[in-house]
Design a protein around this ligand. Structure first.
Ligand code: SIN
Length: 512
């Protein structure tokens, strides 16, 4: 029996904790309430080849096409072949997906060749999953620490093999302590808070990725950040699910012209990166003003029943989307990059697993297929718990060592980092903008040691490395669009691993 610390309580963390607790002592740590996570806000659903007229091969082909040449075929195969069984496991754990006449209701989303996205509560899939899994976990005898922030990984360098030996946490009173572990499973989610406009909740500050970065763990694909095409163009940019376009809503410019077919033969249902760029260009051509999503043809009854959460959100902002097109804009949504893992969630650091958005399994390549993220979290968290105490394999990686950016001495706040990332490291990038961003980020430092300061420090560390990764990839591919290199290049037709020497942490701490 091992002592397993799981960090994060979205679908990946809860599945990992639930499964690991069958054989191990589990400690579950979250910086917020048990149910808070990106998972909770997922609308569209979970994609899986569950139906007789669909196949794992077709799902894999769609995933690889969306990933624009960078998916790992082996992990995509795991996702698509094991996914359906895992969804049935999720149902057995109490998640009630929407049904019609007893059969699972099938939704459609962009770049899927079949209707294979199942959902719950109409557009409240994440909430249904989170509620069921929190209830399942609460029935178990595991140690739960809420409002406990992971500040860093603790590393044991004393033996022949460098390994993780716990996590350093801060509680709400500011008290720092170490939670010892034989195994740490990071399930701490993404970093949507890197950007001014995001669909992600406030907790998405990349804490796991940043801690791994500082511990010298291999990361990958940081330059690939996905912008969701359609967030409501109001403060807070609430998500308008891709499923709305999947069911027939169309995009119009401010003159009422349907523009996406000028960009891609699949129009509004082209891969997400293509639609996000199409919208960004249409907005640029109309002075930055949002484009319109016209869902009026779907009718009020259908919109209220199928998308009750979005319906409420539109109404709360004064829009009646049953009668009038609503203003939408792209917003930061999902990080394809993260901590490099193998097909069981193992990282380059012995004892450290990463599952969910914090991980880079290679499944998403340069652009994630819609509704594949819940499935990835579920499938790979499950697999991780099958090998927790197995012998640790040699980790295959040809990571480039990146220099740790020197910490500057100009105090910065989170909004400044987010604005810089949005302006210069967003949907479109160029060498000039990225170099300007790098120079600015180098000057900045985060002063203070509150949890909020530590989160901002994480965002700053990740912003620096993301800029470096984006500068290195001198091509356009998937979500990484370089205006100065608008074509894909065979030279870059692979995923790049990188590692930063542990010195970054020391430099940052010296500035506190
Ligand atoms: C959405 O509902 O559009 C989000 C689903 C996803 O990001 O996969």
């Amino acid at each position: 029996m091992a002592r397993v610390v799981v960090v994060g309580t979205g679908i990946a963390g809860l599945i990992a904790a639930y499964r690991a607790s069958a054989e191990h002592d589990v400690v579950l740590v979250t910086k917020a309430d048990l149910g808070e996570s990106n998972t909770k806000y997922a609308q569209g659903g979970i994609a899986a080849a569950l139906f007789p007229d669909d196949s794992a091969e077709a799902h894999a082909a769609d995933t690889v096409r969306a990933g624009d040449g960078l998916c790992d075929p082996a992990t995509v195969d795991v996702l698509c072949t094991e996914g359906p069984g895992r969804v049935r496991d999720l149902i057995a754990l109490g998640v009630e997906f929407d049904r019609i006449n007893g059969e699972l209701e099938r939704g459609h989303e962009a770049a899927h060749s079949a209707r294979r996205v199942i959902h719950a509560g109409g557009d409240a899939t994440g909430l249904a999953i989170e509620t069921a899994l929190v209830a399942a976990v609460r029935t178990l005898a595991l140690e739960v620490h809420e409002h406990t922030f992971m500040r860093d990984l603790v590393i044991d360098d004393s033996g022949p093999d460098r390994r993780v030996s716990g996590i350093e946490v801060v509680d709400t009173a500011g008290v720092v302590r170490v939670i010892d572990a034989d195994i740490v499973i990071l399930a701490s989610g993404g970093a949507g808070q890197l950007y001014t406009h995001t669909t992600n909740p406030l907790v998405a500050t990349g804490d796991g990725t940043a801690a791994a970065l500082r511990a010298g763990v291999v990361l990958a694909d940081l330059e690939f950040y996905q912008f969701h095409p359609t967030a409501l163009a109001v403060a807070g940019t609430p998500l308008i699910s891709e499923a709305v376009r999947g069911e027939g809503a169309v995009l119009l410019d401010e003159h009422g012209r349907r523009f996406m077919f000028d960009v891609h033969p699949d129009g509004e249902l082209a891969p997400r990166d293509v639609v996000a760029r199409g919208i960004a260009n249409a907005m640029a051509a109309q002075g930055g003003r949002p484009v319109l999503l016209d869902a009026t043809a779907l009718g009020r009854d259908y919109l209220e029943q199928r998308f009750p959460g979005i319906d409420r959100s539109c109404a709360a902002h004064g829009f009646d989307w049953a009668t009038t097109p609503i203003p939408v804009t792209p917003a930061a949504h999902y990080w394809m990059g993260g901590i490099r893992t193998d097909a069981h969630g193992r990282t380059s650091l012995r004892g450290l697993f990463a599952v969910g958005e914090v991980a880079c399994t290679g499944v998403h390549g340069a652009n994630r297929l819609a509704s594949n993220s819940l499935l990835e979290s579920l499938a790979f968290a499950w697999r991780a718990t099958d090998v927790l105490t197995d012998a640790w394999p040699q980790f295959a990686s040809t990571a480039t060592t990146l220099g740790a950016a020197a910490a500057g001495d100009v105090p910065v706040d989170r909004a400044q980092v987010q604005r810089l990332m949005w302006d210069l490291v967003g949907i479109e990038r160029s060498a000039a903008g990225l170099r300007a961003a790098a120079a600015q980020l180098e000057e900045w430092t985060v002063v203070g040691d509150s949890v909020s300061d530590l989160e901002t420090r994480n965002l700053l560390d990740l912003a620096r490395l993301t800029v470096t990764a984006a500068l290195c990839r001198e091509e356009s591919r998937g979500a990484h669009w370089r205006t100065d290199f608008p074509e894909s290049s065979a030279l870059f037709a692979q995923s790049f691993d990188c590692v930063v020497p542990a010195s970054l942490r020391v430099k940052e701490e010296a500035t506190l």
